[in-house]
Design a protein around this ligand. Structure first.
Ligand SMILES: *Cc1c(COP(=O)(O)O)cnc(C)c1O
Length: 430
């Protein structure tokens, strides 16, 4: 059993000075119980906490570290950029290079604007869609996460709900009323909203593969149906690929599923571990952004030279080494198949989902295809499972409703250790 003394004492001190002791809520382990680990360092597939415990990494900074930690290519790019100063607030050559690379890699993007987080990307994209269409309303899907912008913090509620109710104090009713909720994988729920709000919908935003309510795949035809509906109604279709971009394929989920959105939001991998986001899309829409267009959006540190160096290094590495995606697919499939066999051996019938290097074990025996079906999971059991995995040296995301990310540093041997730990954990909690 690992000892967590230093993490525990750091957490108690942290709580004096930082709300909840953390700078982002999910880090607090509230959904699984216990105190969060304070991380000291990480290399490749392993992460080390302040008590010097070693873990196999399946969080990977919630996505960005797709190559594993402390990858030499990214470290080299950053070290070379540092002596030239950390920030200028002026255009740089690297920004042009990374923009051209993103346009090359992501099918739907003709022009792109860099920002500092996924949240900024989605907020800016929606403002732009509103400015461009001259319409106000937004359709989002229950269970999809688009960062913490006011318009996106709308309760899941029942699928029949047509008017948004804010699920965070501080989001005004006025803002919430412009966000309409549909059900993932249910085109009828979207059509109904479009009908009852005829001519008022500026944009539909979704995670094309949902990764913030576990991992949920779009059903056959769902993305295509959305594309068609948006074309018919002059609605801007936004794929939030902050998680899936550069992960599921070079060109993200849109490449994989062959559906072209009008706009795309990016984050996570795009910064290689630095705080970066981006939004892009059709020229015609992007040229509505200031200073060419009337929609305002800005950022003192946007396109920061260190962040761009890291981002360019990771994206060009992924672009030039397509085999990485085959490897990621193969190793993740191996883990998922291993889990499936473990479940069979133990006579359990839980649901597994996977798309490329994203996967999720839902503690429910129902098919999971939207927020409501995901919510049938036994989160208390997940908490026990999480603890058991942690004690065996596997660092999972501390919530049932997170996708797990496999990095390229996970070898077959490490995958076997994950599968063995999964068996032990499942056995222990039943
Ligand atoms: C993480 C995430 C965001 C928010 O990005 P931040 O960088 O945390 O602001 C937005 N959308 C999706 C799909 C995400 O996974």
């Amino acid at each position: 059993m690992p000892i967590f003394d230093r993490s525990r004492s750091l957490f108690s001190k942290a709580q004096q000075y930082i709300p909840g002791g953390v700078n982002s809520p999910v880090r607090a382990f509230k959904a699984v119980g216990g105190d969060p680990l304070f991380i000291k360092s990480a290399k490749g597939a392993y992460v080390y906490d302040e008590d010097n415990n070693q873990y196999i990494e399946l969080i990977n900074s919630w996505g960005p570290m797709i190559l594993g930690h402390s990858h030499e290519i990214i470290e080299k790019a950053v070290s070379e950029a540092i002596p030239r100063s950390l920030s200028f607030g002026a255009p740089t050559a690297k920004e042009v290079e990374i923009a051209a690379l993103i346009v090359d890699m992501v099918p739907s993007i003709e022009k792109v604007r860099m920002v500092n987080s996924g949240t900024e990307a989605t907020m800016s994209a929606v403002r732009l869609a509103r400015g461009y269409t001259g319409k106000d309303k937004l359709i989002k899907f229950a269970g999809c996460y688009h960062g913490h912008g006011d318009s996106f913090l709308i309760a899941a509620g029942s699928g029949a709900m047509t008017m948004g109710i804010p699920n965070s104090p501080g989001v005004t009713e006025g803002t919430a009323q412009d966000t309409l909720l549909a059900d993932f994988n249910d085109i009828t729920s979207v059509r109904k909203l479009v009908e009852t709000n005829k001519g008022q919908i500026a944009a539909i935003i979704l995670e094309p593969v949902a990764g913030n309510m576990g991992c949920i795949l779009p059903k056959e035809g769902f993305l295509q149906d959305l594309r068609k509906l948006c074309d018919e109604e002059r609605i801007v279709l936004i794929f939030d690929e902050v998680m899936t971009g550069f992960r599921l394929a070079k060109g993200g989920a849109q490449e994989l599923y062959g559906v072209t959105p009008d706009m795309t939001t990016l984050g996570k991998i795009i910064g290689g571990g630095m705080p970066v986001g981006a939004y892009g899309g059709k020229k015609e829409i992007m040229d509505f952004v200031s200073p060419v267009g009337p929609v305002y959006q800005a950022g003192t540190l946007s396109g920061n030279p260190i962040a761009m160096a890291a981002g360019y290094a990771i994206l060009s590495h992924l672009n030039e080494n397509s085999k990485i995606y085959e490897d990621l697919d193969r190793v993740t499939t191996k883990i998922v198949n291993g889990y499936r066999q473990n479940l069979e051996k133990l006579g359990l019938n839980y649901t597994l989902t996977q798309q490329g290097s994203m996967f999720c074990l839902f503690f429910t025996d129902q098919e999971v295809f939207d927020y409501n079906s995901a919510s049938t999971s036994d989160t208390e059991l997940f908490g026990k499972y999480f603890r058991s995995m942690l004690n065996q040296g596997i660092y999972l995301a501390p919530s049932q409703y997170e996708a797990l990310f496999v990095s390229h540093a996970i070898t077959d041997e490490i995958a076997d250790r994950i599968i063995d730990a999964n068996y032990q954990a499942l056995k222990e909690i039943h």
